[in-house]
Design a protein around this ligand. Structure first.
Ligand code: G3P
Ligand code: CA
Length: 281
């Protein structure tokens, strides 16, 4: 892990964790582990238990619930705009079947931004969110400003060649706490080359192997697995390689407590307000 990555990644954590328990790790050294109260609260797709995922309503709800950071999924439209959406198709979270009945199963990347902006991304969640639009990535950056950090997932990036560079360009100067992550480790390796100053995370759906951890350490600052595969041995293996651990998606209070006790750096949850209360004890 390069020092620039370690430093940028640590700056936001320093703001959250009492100074007495933190010291910035030099490259190659174990990342400092926070105590329970230092765990970063990351709102998964915004506060997605209480508002429609990946919308500005969910972002505002996450900030209202005192999230430190907001996780979003980024894809690209047919005309080159970065937008927030999790699924490759629009059927689950929009009214695409009503607006574009012949194209309902087409992938996101085949719609222009003007077309996506005609969709309602809120009604599926609840009538009070009717008309909530799909946001662009620029709208997210403008809305959040310095009110929250961001954990930006490149979703299915192999579909969108060059999307890592575009996200890095949209971010501009690296901001403390703003991290880019993906399950696609080849894309993240390329991302580290084009955006060496933007902190990076590698997502894992299964327990990372030693070889995968060694590879991640070359290019990333964070290893972010499903909480179901995390234990103290894995956290130690990540820390030995100079990286931090974030876990997804932890919605049950008992699981939150277990992850806090295990020593993770950040917890990604649909319920940031609940996690905040658990952390407060
Ligand atoms: O940030 C981790 C988590 O979002 C990865 O899974 O499917 O919710 O994007 P998914
Ligand atoms: Ca995600």
């Amino acid at each position: 892990m390069r020092l620039t990555r370690s430093l940028l990644c640590s700056l936001f954590t320093v703001a959250l964790v009492p100074a007495a328990i933190l010291s910035l790790a030099p490259a190659g050294a174990a990342a400092p582990l926070p105590d329970g109260n230092g765990v970063e609260v990351v709102a998964h797709r915004g506060a997605s238990a209480d508002a429609p995922e990946n919308t500005l309503a969910a972002v505002e709800e996450a900030i209202a619930q005192d999230a430190d950071s907001i996780e979003v999924d980024v894809q690209r439209t047919a005309d080159g705009h970065l937008v927030l959406l999790h699924d490759v198709t629009l059927t689950r979270t929009t009214d695409v079947e009503r607006v574009f009945p012949d194209r309902a199963l087409d992938p996101v990347g085949e719609f222009t931004l003007d077309e996506l902006k005609r969709l309602d991304a809120g009604s599926w969640f609840g009538p009070e969110f009717a008309g909530e639009p799909i946001p662009t990535f620029d709208e997210l950056l403008e809305r959040t400003g310095d009110r929250a950090a961001l954990l930006i997932e490149l979703k299915e990036p192999a579909r969108y060649p060059g999307i890592g560079s575009e996200v890095a360009a949209a971010i501009g100067d690296p901001r403390p706490g703003v991290v880019v992550q993906s399950f696609d480790h080849d894309v993240m390796t390329a991302f580290a080359a084009v955006a060496p100053d933007v902190p990076a995370g590698w997502l894992f759906g299964t327990r990372p192997t030693t070889a995968e951890l060694d590879a991640a350490a070359e290019h990333a600052d964070q290893v972010n697995p499903s909480f179901r595969v995390v234990d103290e041995a894995l956290l130690a293996a990540v820390a030995e390689r100079g990286m931090q651990t974030g876990v997804y998606t932890v919605n049950d209070e008992a699981d939150m407590r277990r992850m806090i006790d295990t020593g993770v750096h950040r917890i990604i949850t649909d319920r940031p307000g609940v996690l905040r209360k658990v952390l407060a004890g």
